[in-house]
Design a protein around this ligand. Sequence first.
Ligand code: UD1
Length: 332
Amino acid sequence: MTDKTILVTGGAGYIGSHVVRQLGGLGENIVVLDDLSTGFRRAVLHGELVVGNTGDVACLDKIFERFDVDTIMHFAARTIVPESVADPLRYYGNNTCATRMLLERAANAGVEHFVFSSTAAVYGIPEGGVAAETTPTEPINPYGLSKLMSEWMLRDLAAVSPLRHVTLRYFNVAGSDPEGRIGQSTPNATLLTKVACEAVVGKRESVSIFGTDYPTPDGTGVRDYIHVEDLADAHIKALCYLRDGGASTTLNCGYGHGYSVREVLNMVEQVAGCRLNVIEADRRDGDPPTLIAQAARIRETLGWEPALDDLEAIVASALNWEQRLAEDSWAA
Ligand code: UD1
């Protein structure tokens, strides 16, 4: 812990709010910048919330004037693959252009550390479905490209400035705070685990499987699902690494093994103790068949050890949160 402040963009969103909760628990000084377009005021459990957009220069400069920011954790982004296919410029504007403004103002303010939320979508369709950090980046959707361009800007800035970064490429994040205070709350969610849990609590009639003819063992898409608590812990470890003088690096955040859509839905049925109304549908645009992390580098570099590598635990916490949302007006 230091006297400095950590600026968390998107800290009212799903992953950002879990990281803020862990940072706050460690006694860190935090300022959250979030435009609340998909985030929730109530999700910010620590620090001060500034409502504003990451691309807003005046807002950023005001934050840098008021707070002694040494670290930025940059979550603010649009993250839905099919939405990026339908509205690419929104993704390049919100994700890429806004990140450029943030980097410019951060460099101007002398920020030393940057933890960037990137994505496995930068890999596109890696050979064999498994991606190492050295695997060529060939995104197949605008979301992945919007993040990859941000990675490049960060890399190039770090090469000519004192800024050091840890770029974290997230695989499929799921689950919620085990104590049930925060969770995935986005309306019109598209995430498989969220959609399936919404069906359990009666918010949806059915769950569609997008594609049953993929070259995977059961024909449905395979992903590396990582518990949001483990992912948040990776951010804490990245912060410690940078504070200890660690060099800029890019790390996959996944467990290194995957589950198919059918396996996830079966687990939801098992945990919920009910049957889902499952519909077999066409493939969704922009989806790779399989996406699994080569997950050794993050363990070696950060000493990160996942504590919740268990699909049942992931699904149980996601369902717990969905039941909470169904019972009270948390997200209203
Ligand atoms: C998620 C993330 C994306 C990240 C990617 C990394 C979000 C909103 N998306 O995307 O940012 O880059 O992981 O791998 O955070 N599926 C169904 N039915 C549904 C929903 C999904 O069959 O109703 C299938 C999809 O076709 C896919 C799998 O489930 O095979 C996972 O999809 P989803 O949960 O939407 O995540 P990704 O698109 O992989």
